[in-house]
Design a protein around this ligand. Structure first.
Ligand SMILES: [Zn+2]
Length: 141
């Protein structure tokens, strides 16, 4: 049971569906309940739990895709900043959070993430997340 694999395989459909599929990685909005509008996830198509185990091809695509994801997100939601981070503790499948920091979210990154992830102060509707996913998808084409 792996949420990452479930999204890759279509068992779990995030709001707006898969935004972009590269050769080795996909981009999607975070699953419902969406913690924040525009909270994107970049994850490999194959189940892999350690960055050290990526192939050089996977690693190369990752760099480009993180940059493209941040650019696409910025064009759509115009955040003050875009955070990119990866923990992989509760969902061990490698995944990067690409998180827009909006005005009003604390500029102390950890405080801001606490509001978003723990306090869930910035949750948005699935419809809103799906609309943003669609707009981000357009940026990729
Ligand atoms: Zn997996």
């Amino acid at each position: 049971m792996c949420l990452g694999c479930d999204v890759v395989n279509g068992v779990v459909v995030p709001p707006g569906g898969i935004i972009y599929a590269g050769e080795y990685w996909i981009v999607n909005h975070c699953v419902s309940p969406a913690l924040l509008r525009g909270f994107l996830i970049v994850q490999p198509k194959r189940h892999c739990e350690h960055l050290a185990e990526l192939t050089s091809e996977e690693a190369a695509e990752l760099g480009t895709l993180l940059q493209r994801s941040a650019a696409a997100l910025s064009a759509v939601v115009h955040p003050m900043k875009v955070y990119v981070l990866s923990f992989g503790e509760s969902v061990r499948h490698i995944h990067f959070w690409v998180v827009p920091r909006y005005e009003g979210i604390p500029t102390d990154g950890l405080k801001g993430l606490h509001e978003i992830v723990v306090e869930r102060r910035w949750v948005c509707s699935d419809d809103e997340a799906a609309r943003i996913a669609e707009q981000v998808r357009e940026q990729f084409t």
